[in-house]
Design a protein around this ligand. Structure first.
Ligand SMILES: *Cc1c(COP(=O)(O)O)cnc(C)c1O
Length: 366
């Protein structure tokens, strides 16, 4: 401990905080490193937000965010008391770790997963037990049948992009009935089935979604949870013991309008899914091995090139992708699916960088 840190709480000492992906300064970058949406947010949402930037900002926002929660409840066929909203799904997740995961017992998360989960465990003094994915990087639900203080699974998983079928999840929920199961659906709109349909059957199920990815509103910070009213009350209690107004008036107005703009949502998600399939095919042609993704990113490795070196070489060409220097995936790159033009620029840069290898392979096989 540094002497200057002597005022720090013991809980903070030794805590390893989360490192967000790089947000570069200046223009001209192709940002394929933080799974943002390449398309603009809904024009209706932008308009609604502009309309509330006025004298109304004198007043606090609705602490219950009732109008937004009603919109979300309506879209998922739930009651308003089954919906919680927060300042990005990261905050909703943090409240769930704090208020719903049984401290004193290990919380189970996949070994390759969203790296924020172990950080929340560290912050709240929860034991985090990482359950290995199988050799194909898939979640095996049977591995989660062990005493636990909660199970947290992203679906599709990040950074693999692999989806867990709803049947498998149901199988787990039928057997894991004594602790909360959190399904983090940050990427669900790009090709997975939402577990929201199971909420009225399983009171221990909490589903978390965000407007950051499929609604192109990462900068607005809006996320939400769906679950049994008793789970939602726990989250509300944490929130009201922390910050009564996590969503400001602009965020409330923008989020509601964005969720209502189905046409924009369908158009942009379909484009991203089409670009993902195009990009996966082109990466394979360049020799990459890609995991089958149902998200807005691809996890890919090149058998003949180090991921760290490739990331650096792309960076020099002003293209950012993400590399996780951690066991099992250190030789992979996580590439966000950008606009079609961005995907094409990436493929051009990679073709260039890999040309010496491609040529050598052709000579070898000739
Ligand atoms: C992006 C992401 C989040 C966080 O989303 P915000 O709503 O922007 O806080 C949560 N979980 C996973 C798996 C993510 O990839």
């Amino acid at each position: 401990m540094k002497d200057t840190d002597r005022f720090w709480s013991p809980a903070l000492r030794g805590l390893r905080a989360y490192t967000p992906g790089e947000q570069p300064q200046g223009d001209g970058w192709i940002k394929l490193n933080t799974n943002e949406n390449p398309y603009p947010p809904s024009a209706l949402a932008l308009q609604r937000m502009a309309e509330v930037v006025n004298d109304s900002l004198r007043l606090y926002p609705d602490p219950q965010a009732l109008a937004l929660r009603e919109t979300i409840a309506g879209q998922h066929g739930l009651q308003v008391d089954q919906v919680f909203v927060g300042n990005g799904s990261d905050e909703v997740l943090a409240h769930a770790f704090m208020g719903l995961l049984r401290h004193g017992r290990p919380v189970l998360v996949p070994d390759i997963s969203y790296s924020f989960y172990p950080v929340y465990c560290g912050l709240y003094g929860i034991t985090c037990q990482q359950v290995p994915l199988d050799d194909d990087f898939r979640v095996r639900v049977a591995d989660y049948l062990q005493p636990n203080g909660g199970v947290v699974l992203p679906n599709p998983n990040a950074p693999t992009g692999i989806v867990l079928p709803l049947d498998a999840l149901r199988w787990l929920l039928e057997r894991n009935t004594e602790s909360v199961v959190v399904i983090d659906e940050a990427y669900v709109d790009f090709g997975a089935e939402s577990a929201a349909a199971l909420i009225n059957e399983f009171p221990q199920l909490l589903v978390i979604q965000t407007l950051s990815k499929s609604r192109a509103l990462a900068g607005l910070r809006v996320g939400f949870a769906l679950g049994h009213a008793d789970l939602i009350r726990a989250l509300t209690t944490v929130k009201d013991s922390f910050n009564s107004y996590p969503l400001d008036r602009v965020a409330l107005a923008g989020a509601q309008a964005a969720l209502a703009d189905q046409a924009h949502f369908t158009d942009t998600t379909q484009r991203i899914v089409a670009s993902r399939e195009w990009l996966a095919t082109r990466l394979a042609a360049l020799g990459f091995e890609c995991l089958p993704s149902s998200a807005n990113f691809l996890l890919a490795r090149h058998p003949q090139r180090s991921a760290a070196q490739l990331q650096q070489a792309l960076r020099e060409r002003k293209i950012l992708v993400r590399h996780f220097n951690q066991p099992r995936i250190a030789d992979h790159l996580r590439i966000t699916v950008g606009s079609q033009a961005e995907c094409e620029a990436l493929v051009d840069a990679l073709s260039d960088l890999l040309a010496p290898i491609q040529n050598a392979n052709e000579v070898a096989s000739a």
